[in-house]
Structure formats: structure tokens, C-alpha cells
Design a protein around this ligand. Structure first.
Ligand code: GAR
Length: 209
């Protein structure tokens, strides 16, 4: 039984999708805790309602990034996490932190990486005039929004789309993509080979539009 700790900063809809999939599909995994760096993160209430332990490590109460990451690491390790899942966790992590969880920390980023790293990815895609936008689940490395790509999902950008419509369309896809990627991990099906992730078994095409 793999132990998963999910980190959030806000709404937590991806966390919710992962919790629901783990319950409905009876994964060989336990959501050991949901941890937020913000005391008012809305997702904490949902986790608590599911009987999942919650914890706040308030990033505002630490003098440095290193101090915060050390406290966060202790909080995660307290739950003996096999996998750390960043689900709308809006913090840049130190290389030491990332190294500690090498190949067992994943993130969802709302773009088709390696395009559009950082913030405002929907607007970045609109500004670039691309016809497809998407989301990427990847293992986390020290470089922001890089790291071996596990899976991606995409949506077509339609005439008239704006930042909000694009975000809404994509979120629906994220809620399928992320639970599926986490499930592959807990089932031991992901193999990291350099910058590639090999999926041991069949791979559905999430880019169908
Ligand atoms: C999601 O769209 C996720 O892809 C994005 O934040 C949103 C969180 O929503 N993540 C990032 O931008 C990470 N750089 P949620 O809290 O409802 O899951």
C-alpha cells in the first residue's frame, strides 16, 4: 500500500479528483495527508471531510525558502510518503527538497511543456497563437516546470476563447489526466529513463479532441 501526500495552495480540485479516483478505483494506495502552505486553502475542508489528515505549513511564517522547505520535508516525511503530489502547489522548491524526493514527486502544469513555463500559461498560449493548449504531468526536477514528462492532455483553442474559458476546458482534462498518472505510479508502472518516462502497459491517447 503506497502512501501519497498531496500538496495544495488553494482550491484543490485536482487533489479532489485524485482522492475520488483512489476511492472509486480502489487503488493500492492511501492518501496519507493533504498539506497546504496557505491556511485558507479551500481544498483543506474537502480533504478533512474525507477523513484525510490535513496540515498547514504556512510559507509566510518562515524567514527563508530553505527554512520553509525543511519544515515541509519534515511534515511530509512524518507520513512516510512514497509519493509527493503537487496539485496546484504554487511554490518554487529548493534543489535539496526536490533531490530528497527524486522520481517520487510529481506536478501538474497547465501547459503543453516545454512550452509556457511559469504563470499565466493560458494567456501565454493565447498570445502565442497556438491552436492546441494542454496540461502536463511530470516528475519534478530542480529546474522550474521541467522534468521527465509522464503524460499530457490537450484542448483545441477555439476562436473566442479567453483565459477563463481555456482554463475551464483544460481543468476538466486535468481531472482525468492527473489521477491516471498517479495511479500508474502507485501501480509501479512508471519507469524513468533519463528525461523519458516509459509506461509499462498500454497508454491511452488523452489528446483526443
Ligand atoms: C491547476 O490548473 C493546475 O494545473 C495549476 O493550478 C491549478 C490548480 O487548481 N498548477 C499550476 O499552475 C502549477 N504551476 P486546483 O487547486 O483546483 O487543482
Amino acid at each position: 500500500m503506497k502512501k501519497i501526500v498531496i500538496l495544495i495552495s488553494g482550491r484543490g480540485s485536482n487533489m479532489q479528483a485524485i482522492v475520488q479516483a483512489s476511492q472509486a478505483q480502489q487503488w493500492p494506495a492511501q492518501i496519507a495527508a493533504v498539506i497546504s502552505n496557505k491556511p485558507d486553502a479551500a481544498g483543506l475542508a474537502y480533504a478533512a471531510s474525507q477523513g484525510i489528515p490535513t496540515k498547514v505549513v504556512d510559507s509566510k511564517s518562515f524567514a527563508s525558502r530553505e527554512d520553509f522547505d525543511t519544515a515541509l520535508m519534515h511534515a511530509i516525511d512524518n507520513y512516510q510518503a512514497d509519493l509527493v503530489v503537487l496539485a496546484g502547489f504554487m511554490r518554487i522548491l529548493t534543489p535539496d527538497f526536490v533531490q530528497h524526493y527524486e522520481n517520487r514527486i510529481m506536478n501538474i502544469h497547465p501547459s503543453l511543456l516545454p512550452s509556457f513555463v511559469g504563470l499565466h500559461t493560458h494567456q501565454q498560449a493565447l498570445d502565442a497563437g497556438v491552436k492546441f493548449h494542454g496540461a502536463t504531468v511530470h516528475f519534478v526536477t530542480a529546474e522550474l516546470d521541467h522534468g521527465p514528462i509522464i503524460d499530457q492532455a490537450c484542448v483545441r483553442i477555439e476562436h473566442g476563447d479567453d483565459e477563463n474559458s481555456l482554463a475551464s476546458k483544460l481543468l476538466v482534462k486535468e481531472h482525468v489526466l492527473y489521477p491516471r498518472a498517479v495511479r500508474l505510479f502507485v501501480e509501479g508502472k512508471l519507469v524513468v529513463q533519463g528525461n523519458r518516462v516509459i509506461v509499462n502497459g498500454s497508454e491511452a491517447d488523452h489528446c483526443a479532441i
